[in-house]
Ligand binder design. Structure first.
Ligand code: SAH
Ligand code: ZN
Ligand code: ZN
Ligand code: ZN
Ligand code: ZN
Length: 513
């Protein structure tokens, strides 16, 4: 049987999976997995379910946790599929073949040799994205090779390597200097001595640069990232090849121990985790992974510290706020807008910059986090936090309500603040864009109809029941809708709306209406 097409494309747009007239794929986490998930080259796979309109039975399948494009990893297996010994052996061989050609230790050995070379012999192959030792030169003879790689360059691998921009797997969007500096200064002001960088290679290198540059700041950093190219530049204790969607360490137990030691040093004091996952990724597997890292840190805590939380910065777009807070209720979202270098949309520019929708979610009290006045942030004494200049305190909501950096307006009918571009629609009975279609698909929960959450996060059902119930509901809605449509004598093209939205999300261009 053929695998569902475009399996993960529809997933985490969060809402989209639950929208009328759409089908989607969701991750399921069986509370008591009968069998361990099969392995792909990126570690344990995740169990997905295709939610199909009008179909009661949904067959579950395993697919790669890290790659949302089958071109990058085509692992596929039905949950109930039995594989022959031969196929299992072939899969194992394939998984082995897909591992990086060099072990972590070999990388370190090469690095140590490389820095011993005189400047004129230090070369880097741009095609292979690899530091070359003299023995390798011939093999890369026809490739574009840059020479004279200085120690300074070695310390800034994120500038030497090209960013992996394939949207569905790596989505490597590097911090603009301004944002990266802000983060490093903030971490140092808050007094952290160690930073666990999960998917933040540029932050990692800036922390280390500062630590080696000035004696005052001596913050240590450990990078966990799936981008193996970084292993050429770091020793074992500062980089682990890691998959944050399944908490998989590619180099096994030794790497896990590096991470454990790092988190538990000083009885776990003074450490923070900073993560900037690909935005197309699923929130739930990420949350599960972060909870595992938290547990690893907790192991090293003394009993009387058991109420303490591991400080975290989770960098993610603002429209994931409710989703993130569902998994981490103690988190709040800061107003600071995180800017990127190689992101066409979220780049800071003098003119016409589209405001970045990316924010910092954290369990550190926001009144401790000073946002730069010179970049247009101010302190709101009522909210006890720094906010964007435009984010005005609403006396009716008693809060600085804007999420996107623009001034929001209070709607007395909705009893809340809404985006400036929205107007109150008397047909829909809530605020929306002026050109919205009143009969259009609602963004609300598929199960109970509430607008503030989605089916996948509905508090009214347990995880195990979610899918079938949702599908049933979907069916029911569909028939209701059809009834409605016949009475009104008009038809609507829901799917095209949904698809258009999906395309936007895929291209990382979040609708900022
Ligand atoms: N803004 C950050 C980079 C964020 S881009 C900085 O400048 O430091 C997302 C990062 O997550 C990339 O480095 C990418 O390689 C990494 N990544 C993507 N998928 C991952 C996965 N499954 N596991 C671990 N890291 C991943
Ligand atoms: Zn080469
Ligand atoms: Zn306020
Ligand atoms: Zn309104
Ligand atoms: Zn609900």
């Amino acid at each position: 049987m053929a695998a569902p097409k475009g399996r993960l494309e529809l997933v985490e747009a969060e809402g989209n999976a639950g929208r009328q007239g759409s089908s989607g794929v969701e991750v399921v986490f069986p509370s008591d997995p009968a069998t361990p998930a099969p392995l792909c080259p990126h570690g344990p796979t995740l169990l997905f379910v295709k939610v199909n309109q009008g179909k009661e039975e949904t067959r579950r399948f395993y697919a790669c946790s890290a790659c949302r494009d089958r071109k990058d990893c085509n692992f596929f297996q039905w949950e109930d599929e039995k594989l022959s010994e031969a196929r299992l052996a072939a899969r194992e061989a394939h998984n082995r073949r897909c591992q990086p050609p060099l072990s972590r230790t070999q990388c370190v050995e090469r690095y140590l040799k490389f820095i011993e070379l005189p400047l004129s012999q230090r070369k880097f192959c741009q095609r292979c994205q690899q530091l070359l030792l003299p023995d390798d030169w011939e093999k890369h003879g026809e490739h574009p090779v840059v020479g004279d790689i200085s120690i300074t360059q070695l310390k800034r691998p994120s500038q030497l390597l090209y960013p992996l921009e394939n949207k569905k797997t790596n989505a490597q969007y590097l911090f603009a200097d301004r944002s990266c500096q802000f983060l490093v200064d903030l971490l140092s002001t808050l007094g952290f001595g160690r930073v666990l960088c999960v998917g933040t290679p540029r932050l990692h290198e800036l922390i280390r640069l500062k630590a080696s540059g000035d004696k005052k700041s001596n913050i240590k950093s450990l990078l966990l990232d799936i981008d193996f190219r970084y292993s050429q530049f770091y020793m074992e204790d500062s980089f682990c090849h890691y998959n944050m969607f399944n908490h998989h360490f590619f180099d096994g137990k030794a790497a896990l121990e590096v991470c454990r030691t790092f988190l538990q040093e000083d009885k776990g004091e003074g450490v923070i985790m900073v993560t900037d996952p690909p935005f197309g990724g699923l929130v739930e597997p990420l949350a599960i992974t972060f909870k595992k890292l938290i547990a690893l840190w907790k192991e090293g805590q003394s009993q009387d510290n058991s109420h303490k939380e591991l400080p975290i910065f989770w960098i993610f777009p603002y429209f994931f706020e409710s989703r993130i807070c569902q998994f981490f209720p103690s988190f709040c979202m800061l107003d600071y807008q995180v800017d990127y270098d190689n992101h066409a949309l979220y780049k800071h520019g003098k003119t016409g910059r589209k405001q970045s929708p990316v924010r910092i979610f954290t369990n550190i009290p926001p009144n401790k986090i000073i946002l730069p006045i010179e970049e247009g942030y101010r302190f709101c004494p009522l909210c006890q936090r720094y906010v964007s200049l435009e984010n005005q305190h609403c006396e009716h909501c008693n809060s600085c309500t804007s999420k996107d950096g623009r001034k929001w307006n209070h709607c007395f009918l909705c009893k809340k603040c809404v985006k400036p571009s929205w107007i109150h629609c008397s047909i829909c009975n809530h605020c929306a864009l002026p050109d919205h279609s009143c009969e259009g698909p609602k963004d609300g929960c598929f199960v109970c109809g509430e607008l503030d959450h989605k089916r996948s996060t509905c508090p009214n059902i347990s995880t195990s029941k979610k899918v079938n119930k949702a599908v049933r509901k979907q069916k029911q809605r569909k028939s209701n809708k059809m009834k409605m449509e016949t009475t009104k004598g008009q038809s609507m093209n829901h799917t095209s709306v949904t698809r258009k939205k999906k395309r936007k999300e895929r291209a990382h261009q979040y609708p900022c209406s």
